[in-house]
Write a protein that binds this ligand. Sequence first.
Ligand code: NCD
Length: 308
Amino acid sequence: MKLSTKHLLGIKDLLPEDISLILSTAAQFKEVLQRPVKKVPSLRDVTIVNLFYENSTRTRMSFELAEKRLSADVMNFTASSSSAAKGETLLDTVNNILSMKVDMVVMRHSASGAPHFLAQHIPAAIVNAGDGINEHPTQALLDAFSMQEKFGSLKGLKVALIGDILHSRVALSNMYLLKKMGAEITVAGPPTLIPVHLQAALGVNITYNLAEALQWCDVANVLRIQLERQNQPLFSSLREYNLAYGITRKVLDGLKKEIVIMHPGPINRGVELDSDVADGPHSIILQQVENGVAVRMAALYLLAGREN
Ligand code: NCD
C-alpha cells in the first residue's frame, strides 16, 4: 500500500486510509525498536535534511533518530547558526542544500505555510515538522498512535483538547485527524484562546469550563500556553490561568472517573499542568515521546517509497 500524497504537509490533506497506513506501519516499527538491534536498512542511500528554523527538542531529535534507525544519511540545519542569519532566503538555502543531492526535507518554520511554499518550488519530498500556528502532522499522528495503543480504537473516543487552541498547531492537526478517524472532540480554554468558528468549521464542541470538558472526556490532551506567539495579553496572568484551567491532582480526584493525560511537550509545569499530574499514573506523556520515533519512521519510510 502507498500514501496518496508525495509530501506530509498537514493532516488536512490526508485520507483516512493514509492515516491508518501510517499508524499500522508505525506499529511494525515500534516492534523493531524493542529489538536489541534497533536499526533497519530501509532508507539506505536516502539523504534527509532536517531544516529547523524554530527551536525544538523532541521533534528534532525524534526525526533524527527515526532517520538513523532507518539507515538514512542525515544532515542537520539550524537556522540560528546558518547563513539564514546573514540574510539568505529560504528558497536559496534549500536549493543549495538540494544541489548536494538530498531526497527529503523535514522542516520546521515559524511561518504558517512555509513547507507548502517549498513544496511548490523543489522536487524533494517535504515533511512538515510544525509550521507557525498551522499544522504539526507527525505530532497528531503520534498522539493518535498513543491513544489507539491505550484505547484500542479512535472511533467514538472522547478527546478534550485543553488550553491555547488558537496558537496550537498540535491542536489543529489533532482536530483534523480525530475528525477523520471518527473520534469526538471538545476544546476547552479561555474564550480568548478558542476561535469561535471551530465549531462550524470542524464540528468540534467548545466549552470554557474545564471541569465540564474533563468530566466528558476519555483523554485530555493538554496544550502549552504559547506566550511567544501572543503579541497582546489574552488572559490576566499565568497564575489566574492555572487557577481556572490548570490540571491539578485535586481537579482529577474530583472527577470520580479516570482519564488519560497527554501533552506534546514542552510542559509549563504549574501553568497548564501540575507536576503530580504530569508525572502521575494517568500521564502517557513519555509514551508519546517513545511512540514519536516509530511514527516518524513510518511516515518517512512510506513517503520515500512513493514512486514520483
Ligand atoms: C509543540 C510544537 O512545537 O508545536 N511541541 C512539540 O513539537 N512537541 C508544542 C509546543 O511548542 O507547545
